[in-house]
Design a protein around this ligand. Structure first.
Ligand code: GLN
Ligand code: ZN
Length: 761
């Protein structure tokens, strides 16, 4: 009877680590205080897993910031600019790499596969001197052991480490990261030898890059790396853990032929074809760590169905070689359902957070071994049944409307050029029209008003009055600045997804369902549990109030269906695209109500459209098709004279440019802060773009105030590539996190730059 957990959230059930980190960074507490909080969290996690009966409990899945940065520290791969002089890496160097310090900015951060977790990207060049510089893996193994828990130490595998790295500055084009394998393996050997000496009998290497589209050279690196480690690893049971997708047949073959490896961890939730691979060929005598409990969502497992999957696998791999596991680290789910005080019992019975998933894994392992906890399985079966039949989940009318969308297409009847003409007659905008992305600075006072209204501490009348005043302030400011297309500033919104989720049916909200996004930052995604519909208008009141304050066009401001989907925990009882179509229909109703209320410009943000792109290229086209279709559904019903904007938060959209064109928005504003080149190269290479486009002219992520000349210069660069009549002038993204002292001069310079260039055209 064997059970295993790939990894566990570090933040703590009430984000204890976040608060300890931030207090340490603010110099309000000592390193010892931080270490104490961390040690307590680790100890409680290990003990909890041991008490639940988990056999293979991971260690070294804790991190003060990020597990990839931990590996960088282990290897001593500190970029020279951080001035590290050797020895064991301490908090100073570690947090400087993570967050920057007074003189050096942080290392780059990027998304961990297709999750919302972000890791610190290692920067490696030909002259890094690797050395064993962080003994964290061994320390944590020993720490657990002292607590009476024998763990499996977890390391990021050497090949994934290199494949997730980027070449250091100066060698970008020429350097092969995999050529560093012979240099990092000696460090891995030292670590392995130490773990062995400390008494470890198992070791886990996370090699998630094995699920990507790899070429034979990359696959060959896995073969070479583990062959090289074989002697050092002998005497240990070696688990190679993969997750997030199916393996290709070639990757599966590479994995199962690795030297010195005794166990394979496979994601059977996202990897829908993996079972077939296992059935067709599983090496004799090896262990299968079967990831049947989903680490990526918050749903209770369907235990009966998992048990039958496991039984089928047992027949293939042998009774003593099957280990029940999670599909990936539980890092990507919320921590403990016990702390959810606001969810009702019915919804709670459908959910399992990390702590509950640990129990599920163990229950499955026991059931496989003939010790089924009947009461637990029965309760689970009835929760599954209640979820299937609950009237809160199913809304026939919504199901029908969404089903009717499949297979059909929805787009506006007139082409974009004709629409822009019709809109211009109505809007009468100057060339290089100026606008902003939506939010204006959110002051402490504003946040207080929203909080008190939510807690019923101030009346609705007082709340509306306060928000109206705020909108008036924002409108007046924009008129004073002479911006052409105005926004209301979004003062009523705490978060661009939560605001809509709270008003749509089919959504639930947690109080402690936090998931680490990066470092100490966490997000609390809404839970989409049922068919989505819109009981009543969500933004019309605020947008029309704002429009009544000005003669200039006021943008209605909505979050698009794909973004709402990608930033939520999504139901797993229907395909994602079906849920997305339902949200699209709800947003469509809102778009049409805004239009009826006299709003002529409506922005539908799709900040997270690219984020949902599947890991494997073979799945890209399908995703892009339904995602783009969902967006078009929201606005296919408006008149030609209604101008639809969208906004996206990234500049590397080169790979989805055709989807962006296919969205058929009238105007797109996009982030462009860090490089004009990348974005503009798309157009330089001949992509035809006829709709309006506003590449951000300054970076709102920084407090720096750009000068008029600097902005004019950037606009000129864009004009060299794009037609004058389609270019818009706007900042990068919303201004929510900035201060008025920064926003006012920056926008004033932006408008001045647009006006200057208008005179030169
Ligand atoms: N309209 C939103 C805002 O201005 C867009 C935010 C985003 O793209 N992340 O805040
Ligand atoms: Zn943005």
């Amino acid at each position: 009877m064997a059970s295993h957990i790939v990894g566990y959230p570090r933040m703590g059930p009430k984000r204890e680590l976040k608060f300890a980190l931030e207090s340490f960074w603010d110099k309000k507490s000592s390193a010892e205080d931080l270490q104490k909080v961390a040690a307590d969290l680790r100890s409680s996690i290990w003990k909890q897993m041991a008490a639940a009966g988990i056999k293979y409990i991971p260690s070294n899945t804790f991190s003060y910031y990020d597990q990839v940065l931990d590996a960088t520290s282990m290897l001593g791969a500190v970029p020279p600019r951080y001035g590290w002089n050797g020895g064991e890496i301490g908090f100073d160097t570690y947090f400087s790499m993570a967050r920057g310090n007074a003189s050096v900015p942080a290392m780059e951060m990027t998304k961990w596969f297709d999750t919302n977790y972000h890791f610190i990207v290692p920067e490696l060049g030909p002259d890094v001197n690797f050395s064993y510089a962080s003994h964290k893996a061994v320390d944590e193994y020993e720490e657990a052991k002292a607590l009476g828990v024998d763990t499996i130490p977890v390391l990021i595998g050497p090949v994934s480490y290199l494949l997730l790295s980027k070449p250091a500055k100066g060698v970008e084009k020429t350097f092969s990261l995999l050529s560093l394998l012979p240099k990092i393996l000696p460090i891995y050997k030292e670590v392995i030898a130490e773990l062995k000496a400390a008494g470890a009998s198992w070791i886990q290497f996370d090699e998630p890059t094995l699920v990507l589209d790899l070429d034979s050279h990359q696959l060959q690196a896995f073969t070479a790396a583990y062959a090289e480690l074989e002697t050092t690893l002998s005497g240990l049971n070696v688990l190679i853990e993969t997750y997030f997708a199916d393996l290709t047949a070639e990757a599966y073959k590479t994995l199962t032929e690795l030297k010195g490896v005794t166990a394979y961890g496979l994601d059977l939730v996202r990897g829908t074809q993996t079972i077939e691979l296992i059935k067709s060929n599983f090496p004799k005598g090896k262990y299968l760590f079967a990831g049947v409990v989903d680490g990526r969502n918050i749903w209770a497992n369907d235990l009966a169905s998992s048990l039958s999957t496991l039984q089928a696998l047992e027949a293939v791999v042998g009774k003593d070689k099957l280990v029940v596991s999670t599909s990936c680290s539980l890092l990507h789910t919320a921590v403990d359902l016990v702390n959810e005080t606001k969810l009702d019992d019915e919804i709670k019975s459908w959910l399992a957070f990390a702590a509950q998933k640990v129990v599920e894994v163990n229950a499955l392992a026991k059931a496989l071994a003939g010790q089924k906890d009947e009461a637990f399985f029965t309760a689970n079966a009835s929760a599954q049944a209640s979820r299937k039949s609950s009237p809160r989940v199913t809304n026939e009318a919504v199901q029908k409307a969404a089903a009717a969308l499949k297979g059909s297409d929805h787009r506006r009847a007139t082409n974009v050029t004709a629409r822009l003409d019709a809109q211009q007659k109505k809007l009468n905008l100057p060339v290089l029209p100026t606008t902003t992305i939506g939010s204006f600075p959110q002051t402490l006072e504003l946040r207080r008003v929203r909080r008190e209204f939510k807690a019923n501490k101030i009346s609705e009348d007082d709340y509306v009055k306060a928000i109206k005043e705020e909108i008036k302030k924002v409108v007046d400011l924009q008129e004073e600045l002479d911006i052409d297309v105005l926004v209301h500033g979004e003062p009523e919104r705490n978060d661009m997804v939560e605001y809509f989720g709270e008003q749509l049916s089919g959504f639930a909200f947690t109080v402690n369902g936090w998931v680490q996004s990066y470092g100490s930052r966490c997000v609390k995604p809404p839970i989409i549990y049922g068919d989505v519909s819109r009981p009543k208008p969500m933004t019309v009141f605020w947008s029309s109030t704002a429009q009544s304050m000005t003669k200039r066009p006021m943008k209605g401001m909505l979050t698009g269906p794909v973004t709402i989907l990608n930033w939520s925990f999504v139901r797993n009882d229907q395909p994602r695209f079906e849920t997305c179509y339902q949200i699209a229909l709800a947003i469509k109703d809102e778009v049409e109500d805004l239009e009826k209320a006299g709003i002529n410009v409506i922005q539908i943000d799709e900040a997270a459209l690219r984020e949902g792109l599947p890991l494997r290229k073979s799945e890209h086209a399908f995703y892009q098709k339904w995602a783009v279709h969902s967006f078009r559904i929201t606005n296919c019903g408006v008149q030609d004279t209604t101008q639809i904007h969208t906004h996206m938060c990234y500049s590397n959209f080169n790979d989805i440019i055709h989807s962006i064109i296919d969205m058929d928005a009238d105007v797109i504003t996009i982030e462009n802060s860090r490089s004009d080149e990348k974005l503009l190269s798309v157009f330089r290479e001949g992509v035809k773009y006829g709709a309006g486009i506003g590449p951000g002219v300054y970076d709102i992520h920084s407090p720096r105030i750009p000068s008029t000349e600097e902005i004019a210069d950037r606009i000129n660069k864009m004009l060299a590539v794009l037609e004058t009549n389609i270019l818009w002038v706007n900042p990068d993204c919303g201004l929510k996190t900035r201060k008025y002292a920064e926003v006012k001069p920056a926008l004033s310079n932006m408008v001045a730059a647009a006006k200057l260039l208008r005179t030169q055209l």
